[in-house]
Design a binder for this molecule. Structure first.
Ligand SMILES: CC(C)(COP(=O)(O)OP(=O)(O)OC[C@H]1O[C@@H](n2cnc3c(N)ncnc32)[C@H](O)[C@@H]1OP(=O)(O)O)[C@@H](O)C(=O)NCCC(=O)NCCS
Length: 180
């Protein structure tokens, strides 16, 4: 049986924890973004700012309560549903999620549905299901070059939506998961 991760709600005080300041998802641009997002206390790419501005919920995921494995988050947004021209509906979104490099693909011996990444996603699905004021949908945007994440979401059942989002020269694929 793989270790079951525990979670804590992220708050300002966590920024002083060495585990948070050492959080590292990898060197790729999307991985650096996630690491900085949890470590930065202000600016456009900051978990704390997203919490203040948009009410985003943010969690830390721990192995044996001491090793920081992952960060995850859930927010809300209005998306046209059904895409591309349906009325705007309030849905859950994942603004940012990431596992430390060391824990990606782990535990290798566990079936994919029990791996750490799947445990983190299960937690977000559980939280999103509890938001009864929102459509039973989870949306996200992922850098089209982030093949590993795209594959992970596809395997978890996320469907590709037609219209990608382009920002500062980067193309983000839109994906959504029906959690009804
Ligand atoms: C995205 C992320 C959460 C997925 O977690 P993970 O532990 O890596 O996921 P898994 O290993 O269970 O699954 C990834 C799948 O992609 C596959 N994969 C790995 N590298 C790949 C690549 N370069 N191209 C295509 N598929 C790839 C894996 O083989 C695996 O598929 P498999 O189960 O068929 O072997 C994690 O990689 C991560 O935190 N990345 C850095 C931050 C990030 O990109 N966050 C997402 C922002 S939207």
């Amino acid at each position: 049986m793989p270790p079951v991760l525990t979670k804590t709600l992220f708050s300002k005080g966590d920024l002083e924890r060495p585990e948070v300041q050492a959080f590292f998802c990898g060197d790729e641009r999307w991985a650096l973004e996630v690491s900085e997002w949890i470590r930065f206390s202000s600016g456009e790419n900051s978990a704390l700012e997203d919490m203040k501005k948009y009410g985003t919920e943010v969690w830390l995921h721990w192995k044996e309560k001491v090793e920081l494995v992952a960060v995850s988050s859930l927010g809300e947004s209005k998306w046209s549903w059904p895409p591309p021209k349906g009325p705007k509906k309030l849905i859950s979104v994942i603004p940012c999620v990431g596992l430390q490099r060391l824990f990606q693909g782990e535990p290798k011996e566990a079936p994919p549905e029990d791996r750490f990444a799947a445990q983190v996603l299960d937690h977000l699905i559980y939280e999103a299901k509890a938001k009864t004021n929102r459509e039973p949908l989870i949306g996200l945007m992922v850098d089209e070059e982030n093949k590993r994440a795209v594959r992970f979401y596809e395997k978890a059942g996320f469907a590709h939506l037609v219209k990608p989002h382009v920002s500062q020269g980067v193309t983000y694929l839109r994906m959504a998961l029906d959690i009804s």
